[in-house]
Write a protein that binds this ligand. Structure first.
Ligand code: NAX
Length: 331
């Protein structure tokens, strides 16, 4: 039998946490043969609720779940973890300035970076979900210099999956037959959902989405805005933000990173930019990647037309501004 993998979930008493921890305990994230030990962190006002989640995990009697740590102590939570899914953060409340929210999250991610750097297992893989996801990941990277930068990522897989879902609905095909959409940039409304290179598996072989969509304008207009605004549409419908889809996508992100992407398929991940596609280096930016042996690599050589170029630059510009704002909160 395999040794258990220790998986940290921060913000585990929140809504995404509640959807995510049972998925991890069932093997959705790391595989049906991989035992896990869950480490759950939240803050003292949520301690009792967190303990309730722990009670339910015990009650569910998951065969793969070999232990549960539920704590409000970041050091205890981070000790020995192999995977860290950072869902905890300070939400934007009505009337709050952007700078105030940023400042709260910068201080959270700065201190959790140190706890992870000092106490996590060697080669711990980190996924930041909490918003502003890209910039929280960047702060985490800056304050955990001994964690390899390629181990620090943020979640744009939900946006990627939303894009697959929209194409599947539009073309009336199975979502599992659609692949290779791309989310470029920030997990925010400036992200660029790009279907230029996406394909559909049809009985006649693989076809570009562009050939199958009768109304070519749709891909350059409504498709993009629907994916960009999907989070807001969910809030409007549910009166709560996305949770099950966020949790499921976080599992997809880690599973593909650890176990590899299928041959010929790429996915979107927010990763530390190396200057590929002339995206400024030093940002956590979402790119198309493939994964193998626990490492991601950015797909190279895709053609970028002028329409796409402008959109790649726009979301990079927003990320640079967020970075400046985050740094201004440090001083
Ligand atoms: P909730 O407010 O339900 O849960 C957040 C939890 O984090 C709470 O239990 C809170 O007590 C805890 N928390 C706050 N500060 C903490 C700290 N310093 N350490 C540990 N825990 C802390 O929010 P939920 O709906 O679960 O969303 C969580 C985060 O995911 C939010 O920042 C949200 O904006 C972000 N999202 C990101 C998505 C993505 O695709 N990247 C999509 C879904 C989601 O909107």
């Amino acid at each position: 039998a395999k040794d258990p993998v220790r998986v940290l979930v921060t913000g585990a008493a929140g809504q995404i946490g509640y959807a995510l921890v049972p998925m991890i305990a069932r093997g959705v994230m790391l595989g049906a043969d991989q035992p896990v030990i869950l480490h759950m962190l939240d803050i003292p006002p949520a301690a009792e609720a967190l303990n309730g989640v722990k009670m339910e995990l015990v009650d569910a009697a998951f065969p793969l779940l070999k232990g549960v740590v539920a704590t409000t102590d970041a050091i205890e939570a981070c000790t020995g973890v192999n995977i860290a899914v950072m869902v905890g953060g300070f939400p934007r409340k009505e009337g709050m300035e952007r700078k105030d929210v940023m400042s709260k999250n910068v201080s959270i991610y700065k201190s959790q970076a140190s706890a992870l750097e000092k106490h996590a297992a060697v080669n711990c893989k980190v996924l930041v979900v909490a918003n502003p996801a890209n910039t929280n990941a960047l702060i985490l990277k800056e304050f955990a210099p001994s964690i390899p930068e390629e181990n620090i990522t943020c979640l744009t897989r939900l946006d990627h999956n939303r894009a697959l879902g929209q194409i599947s609905e539009r073309l009336n095909v199975q979502v599992s037959d659609v692949k290779n959409v791309i989310i470029w940039g920030n997990h925010s409304s400036t992200q660029y959902p790009d279907a230029t290179h996406a394909t559909v598996n049809t009985p006649a072989g693989e076809k570009p989405v562009r050939e199958l969509v009768a109304d070519d304008q749709w891909l350059n207009t409504e498709f993009i805005t629907t994916v960009q605004q999907r989070g807001a549409a969910i809030i409007k419908a549910r009166k709560l933000s996305s949770a099950l889809s966020a949790a499921s996508s976080a599992c997809d992100h880690i599973r593909d990173w650890v176990l590899g992407t299928p041959e010929g398929t790429w996915v979107s991940m927010g990763v530390y930019s190396d200057g590929s596609y002339n995206v400024p280096s030093g940002l956590i930016y979402s790119f198309p990647v493939t994964c193998k042996n626990g490492e991601w690599s950015i797909i190279q050589g895709l053609s970028i037309d002028e329409f796409s170029r402008n959109k790649l630059d726009l979301t990079a510009k927003e990320l640079s501004e967020e970075k400046d704002l985050a740094y201004s909160c440090l001083s």
